[in-house]
Ligand binder design. Structure first.
Ligand code: C2E
Ligand code: CA
Ligand code: CA
Length: 428
């Protein structure tokens, strides 16, 4: 049984009045409209009776109302269908989050006078201004999305904009899997060796986050790290990473292995939100790892967004003895004017430049310029993504002290890193 879009477009005058009042109270530029239709309501009323069904709709209405925020509005439109108006503070992503929450709330069984019943819902979503700027347009489009959700078998939401819906759903699924991965401790740390170009010995490592989804296998950090960043999970996971990497390197040292430095990536959100210097201090205290052996990798863009705070954070870290490196150097906003004023220890030449060495003219020119600039500013240089002996030779001939890349090793679990430390490395 699918609702007729026409019937919903000419929704009850009550909803129209509610919308008008609400827009007056909340003249926000972006909001979402949801049509929430209970899937098995007809079956419930046949098996449990009309009266039970009416009470169930009432119960679910209260539950949905509680799941929305104070500024949102809900109205029963009839025919087992609710309409909701939702303020969009962080875009359609927020609308998707609310829809997923509502589906899960509605799925919980309802108990009425000793009887238990459960149902699911289908939700159609449209948003203003993307799908229209008046109630009729938004209702019509949400109704189209609702029909699609119902055709999908129910317990499902759809956005009017199909491709946006697909993108947001994928990102939502990934986000839910990441929360579970965090709760179930599915993340691990892998260490990629950094080699001293003069001695050809491993002098440090970069700690890289790894996640093996139990059902889907290893996942790529380039895909899931941005999602961790978006959900804010990067803050606790980044802190865990810092403690784990420092703690494991400390253990290695205790076991009589070489004193390796470790580089940990810091995400924009961690850098901005979490009082980074204090957290680093606490982690070093807890793990008893020497600050001089810790490197933090940030990107150029982080320096530029809020230069004053960035300067304070980097100053505090440097005072502690922690070395800050600029990762992917040359790929972001030019930060040279800021870099001159900051106690940054070094830069990492991005693999996109290294991969063209030594034959591609523009790569060699850029790499030479970056090296000259860093030497001029007395910055240490690490080249990453070194895959061939030719690249390693070019870099070390031009004065790069530290090399990192598949030529030497991929990122390895701690046990394999320990084995590698006992073996000679490939020469170039
Ligand atoms: P990144 O910081 O630039 O890390 C270097 C990436 O290059 C790693 O990919 C590494 O495996 C890869 N790589 C190393 N050597 C070579 C090589 O010779 N050739 C090629 N083609 N690639 C090489 P990975 O581990 O997939 O990580 C991707 C990105 O994910 C990282 O880029 C970093 O931005 C992010 N990331 C990883 N771990 C963390 C973390 O703990 N925290 C944060 N904030 N970001 C992380
Ligand atoms: Ca890095
Ligand atoms: Ca990098």
């Amino acid at each position: 049984m699918s609702p007729k879009p026409q019937r919903l477009t000419t929704a009850s005058n009550r909803f129209r009045a509610l919308h008008k009042r609400w827009r007056h109270e909340h003249p926000c530029s972006r909001y979402g409209l949801m049509l929430i239709r209970l899937d098995q309501s007809h079956a419930v009323s046949e098996s449990m009776g009309e009266e039970f069904n009416a009470l169930m709709i009432q119960h679910l209405g209260v539950r949905i109302g509680h799941a929305l925020r104070n500024e949102d509005r809900l109205e029963y439109l009839g025919d087992h269908c609710f309409g909701a108006l939702v303020v969009l503070s962080n875009g359609e992503q927020g609308l998707v989050r609310v829809a997923a929450k509502l589906l899960s709330e509605i799925r919980q069984p309802v108990r009425i006078a000793g009887c238990v019943a459960s149902t699911t819902a289908s939700i159609g979503l449209s948003s203003c201004p993307a799908d229209g700027d008046n109630l009729d347009a938004l209702l019509g489009r949400a109704a189209v999305a609702l029909e699609r959700a119902q055709h999908g078998g129910g317990d499902h939401f759809e956005l009017f904009d199909r491709s946006l819906g697909e993108r947001l759903r994928r990102s939502w699924d990934m986000s839910a899997r990441l929360w579970r991965a965090y709760e179930w401790s599915e993340f691990t740390v892998a260490y990629q060796p950094i080699v001293d170009a003069t001695s050809s010995r491993i002098c440090g490592t970069e700690a890289l986050l790894r996640w093996q989804d139990p059902a889907l296998g290893p996942q790529s950090p380039s895909e899931f790290v941005p999602q961790l960043e978006q959900s804010g999970l990067i803050v606790p996971i980044g802190e865990w990473m810092l403690r784990t990497a420092s703690g494991q390197m400390r253990t290695l040292q205790h076991a009589g292995m070489a004193a390796l430095s470790v580089a940990v990536n810091v995400s924009p959100r961690q850098f901005d939100e979490s009082n980074l210097a204090e957290r680093v201090r606490a982690s070093l205290r807890e793990t008893q790892f020497p600050p001089e052996q810790l490197q933090l990798e940030i990107t150029e863009n982080m320096l530029i967004r809020d230069p004053d705070t960035a300067r304070d954070t980097i100053n505090s870290l440097a005072t502690m003895g922690v070395r800050v490196y600029i990762d992917d150097f040359g790929t972001g906003h030019s930060s040279i004017s800021y870099l001159r004023k900051l106690p940054v220890a070094g830069i990492k030449i991005d693999q996109s430049f290294v991969s063209g060495l030594p034959h591609d003219e523009s790569s060699t020119n850029i790499t030479r310029t970056i090296i000259g600039l860093a030497q001029n500013m007395r910055l240490e240089i690490v080249a990453e993504g070194v895959e061939t002996a030719e690249q390693a030779r070019f870099l070390s001939d031009h004065g790069v002290q530290h090399l990192q890349g598949f030529l030497f090793s991929q990122a390895l679990p701690l046990g394999e890193l320990i084995e590698l430390l006992r073996k000679p490395l490939p020469t170039y």
